[in-house]
Each structure stands twice: as C-alpha cells, then as structure tokens.
Design a protein around this ligand. Structure first.
Ligand SMILES: [Zn+2]
Length: 97
C-alpha cells in the first residue's frame, strides 16, 4: 500500500520540477530576443499571488511628492517631514548630521 502511494507522488514531483525548468528556459528565450518590457511582463506573470507587496512598494517609490514630504536640497531625496532637520534650508537629517 505504501508503495502504491509513493509511486504517483514521485511522478508528480518530477513533473512540477520539469515544468519549472521549462518555464525558466522559456523565460530565457524571451529575454534574449525581446525588449525589457516583455521581461517585466514575464516576471509579473511568473510571480505568485502573494507577492503583490513588492508591487506596492514600487508604486510608493514612483508616486509624486506628498504634502507631508519634502525634497532635501542637499541630497535631493524625498523624505518624510519627520526627517526635516532644517526647514529653512530644507535639509534632511542625514545631510544635517
Ligand atoms: Zn538630504
């Protein structure tokens, strides 16, 4: 009975491994022949449903400056107001230190 159970399981494992290898190989093919946009698309479709967080992080970085943010005049990075060390010079804590 035990062997009966083991046999199909092994096959399943091998199959899923194979399909992953196949996907990887296909991705490589795509990358070699096409532009970056396609690579991004391929990567997105490759990601698991739970990986959406990285997507949101990216959106946060890209979004325009918010009311409670400022651009440091020294390093030109956008910081939260709590990081503002000198309101006149508009310098962040990192640069003021
Ligand atoms: Zn700065």
């Amino acid at each position: 009975m035990a062997t009966d159970y083991d046999a199909p399981r092994k096959n399943e494992d091998e199959q899923s491994e194979e399909s992953i290898e196949e996907l990887k190989a296909r991705r490589h093919d795509k990358n070699s022949g096409k532009v970056d946009e396609d690579e991004t698309e391929a990567a997105e479709s490759f990601e698991l449903p739970g990986a959406d967080l990285s997507h949101e992080e990216l959106a946060v970085e890209v979004k325009p400056k918010q009311e409670d943010e400022f651009t440091c005049m020294s390093c030109f990075l956008v910081h939260h107001r709590s990081q503002l060390a000198d309101a006149k010079k508009m310098i962040c804590r990192d640069c003021a230190a």
